[in-house]
Design a protein around this ligand. Structure first.
Ligand code: C5P
Length: 252
């Protein structure tokens, strides 16, 4: 199937964050929600506790995996990490755009070659622009970057495009600008999604699913509003309804 298919249903647009340490919880959530979300996000927390056992279990239960490893290393190391994922059947993963064009282009090239060789779907590689934990002060004072956040995100998004990266992870406010500047094929995945009925937790700049759709976002990462709900299926259905409603008002 793959994340590149832009003929998306509301369900396809939801990327469920599996932020847990336990295989039992993975089994519970994937079994319960695989018909209500498009794919499952495995990040450092789950991977460092359950590694490929979690990935293999999600796949065995019929779920698609997005490995949010946010790779940032020398080109050959990141390319080999991507290649190893693809050999294990994980074709969607993330890397930091700040790793530079050599790292990005090498990773894209090796990923495509590996997918072909191992008969896997065309890989989808998403680029991290600037972590949402960064503000202007940290960008300027700690990283010594002279641009403002918007300019910096835009700069890195151009780098992503030139390096043949498939899309970026961006906030809804950034998504609006990116969608205006780049073609519809360029993927935008947006985290920190909070429906009005859910609690904010530790997220800071949150947006509703409807606002994300209106900003031109393709995929949205949702974790606790679904995984911590008393009835996760009902929570997912509410988000699906909200996405469907918002999609009627925008041309996607
Ligand atoms: O919906 P919830 O807050 O539980 O989602 C948490 C997930 O979103 C985590 O897996 C985290 O990695 C991811 N994320 C985020 N903010 C970002 C990027 C990713 O919360 N800017």
């Amino acid at each position: 199937m793959g994340i590149k298919n832009k003929n998306l249903s509301a369900k396809d647009r939801i990327v469920l964050a599996l932020d847990t340490d336990s295989l039992e919880e993975v089994e519970r959530l994937v079994t319960l929600l695989k018909d209500y979300v498009g794919c499952f996000k495995v990040g450092p927390q789950l991977f460092t506790s359950c590694a490929y056992d979690a990935i293999d279990l999600i796949k065995k239960l019929g779920g698609e995996v997005y490995f949010d490893g946010k790779f940032h290393d020398i080109p050959s190391t990141v390319a080999k990490a991507g290649s190893n994922l693809i050999k294990r059947g994980v074709t969607i993963f993330s890397a930091h755009l700040a790793g530079g064009s050599k790292m990005l282009t090498t990773t894209v090239k090796v990923a495509k070659e590996t997918a072909k060789k191992f008969n896997q779907p065309e890989p989808t590689i998403l680029g991290v622009t600037l972590l949402s934990s960064f503000g202007q002060r940290t960008l300027t004072e700690e990283l010594n970057v002279r641009m403002n956040i918007d300019e910096y995100v835009s700069h890195l998004t151009y780098l992503a495009k030139e390096s043949k990266i498939d899309g970026v992870i961006a906030s809804a406010s950034e998504a609006k600008k990116i969608r205006q500047e780049f073609s519809d094929e360029f993927i935008i995945l947006c985290p920190a999604i909070r429906p009005t009925w859910s609690v904010v937790n530790d997220q800071i700049r949150v947006v509703t699913p409807a606002d994300a759709i209106r900003a031109g976002v393709d995929y949205m990462v949702v974790g606790r509003p679904i995984t911590s709900a008393d009835d996760p299926i009902a929570a997912a259905n509410l988000i699906i309804d909200e996405i469907e409603e918002a999609s009627k008002t925008v041309q996607i």
